[in-house]
Write a protein that binds this ligand. Structure first.
Ligand code: TA6
Length: 312
């Protein structure tokens, strides 16, 4: 069993337009709605891969009710904690003619101290029976920037493992709690180092430092350039297969799903890394967020090579 936690759940709504006219009138040709927020997408990908998965997080109001219904439709068991605020809508506008994606993300409800305490207690109980956790996405208002660090400490204290995918202070503080794996992209690493851009050497340095500090797998995603992996055996670079991109939203989440599946199955680590990249790439080949086709994943995995750059 793998549990994904989304502290700021959402309804992911995709509007498809032929050619987005910013400032003009746009007719929507197709609408889809899914349970969203990063951890929900990780859960969907894990389910496609055949893993047993359930989801935790906060959900409130009419949108929270809808999120629960959408999860039920997919037969993803949810143990979301109800909150008094209204869960958010995250809107993706797909410009099909120009293959451009625009995201409009609401900030979500404010979480009270009592609601946060309920979450800490839930994770305390859950991590006694579940071995793997994904902690994904931005933090809703009201939570301290140490929220993920607190969850990681609880998870580790119970002998379970956490993969963290966040950004900003939540990522910086989360790293200090030494999750089992992290998946920042180059911009997220640059931001926590107080830089606007980052060289490959600086990325490798940061990855090496995180591993020395106790993180087992540092997975640095580089978009179409592939990914850099740092672990106790060294520094590795992997290519991304060439694909026709439709919608990259959720690709990072699909990467986490693939990685977590491999880790939980105790796969050879290079296979888990390849699965992560392939899942991220396949997600980008489709309109839907958090969708993978298993056959495509296998095909793309064959096209990924992982090269050792240097020893640690
Ligand atoms: O990664 C894509 C996505 O998961 C969307 O599904 C949308 O819900 C958004 O990211 C939320 O990101 P955030 O970091 O605000 O939790």
């Amino acid at each position: 069993m793998i549990t994904t936690i989304t502290l700021n759940t959402a309804i992911d709504q995709v509007y498809e337009v032929e050619s987005l006219d910013v400032g003009g009138t746009n007719r929507v040709s197709a609408i889809t709605q899914e349970a969203g927020g990063k951890g929900m997408n990780v859960a969907k990908v894990l389910q496609y891969l055949g893993a047993e998965v359930n989801v935790g997080g906060f959900a409130g109001g009419t949108n929270g009710k809808k999120i629960r219904q959408l999860l039920k439709k997919r037969a993803i068991p949810s143990e979301l904690i109800s909150v008094s605020g209204e869960s958010r809508i995250c809107l993706t506008v797909l410009d099909s003619l120009n293959s451009k994606v625009t995201e409009l993300l609401e900030s979500g409800p404010e979480i009270s101290v009592e609601e946060w305490q309920s979450m800490l207690e839930w994770v305390k109980q859950k991590s006694k029976i579940v071995k793997w956790f994904a902690l994904s996405g931005s933090l809703p208002k009201g939570l301290p920037t140490t929220a993920y660090a607190e969850l990681i400490q609880i998870i580790h204290a119970n002998g379970a493992k956490a993969v963290l995918d966040s950004s900003g202070d939540a990522l910086r503080n989360g790293i200090e709690a030494k999750p089992f794996a992290i998946k920042p992209n180059e911009h997220e690493i640059a931001a926590i180092l107080g830089k606007t851009a980052i060289t490959e050497t600086e990325l490798l340095e940061a990855g090496g430092r995180f591993v020395s500090e106790g993180i087992d797998h540092v997975c640095l995603t580089l978009g179409e350039e592939g990914a850099i992996f740092v672990n106790q055996y060294g520094y590795f670079k992997a290519n991304a297969p060439s694909i026709d991109v439709i919608n990259t939203v959720g690709s990072g989440d699909a990467f986490v799903g693939g990685l977590l599946y491999g880790l939980a199955q105790n796969e050879e680590i290079s296979t888990a890394y390849k699965r992560a990249i392939a899942c991220g790439s396949v997600n980008a080949m489709y309109r839907a967020i958090g969708f993978i086709d298993l056959g495509q994943v296998e095909v793309l995995m064959e096209q990924i090579t992982i090269e050792k750059i240097k020893d640690r």
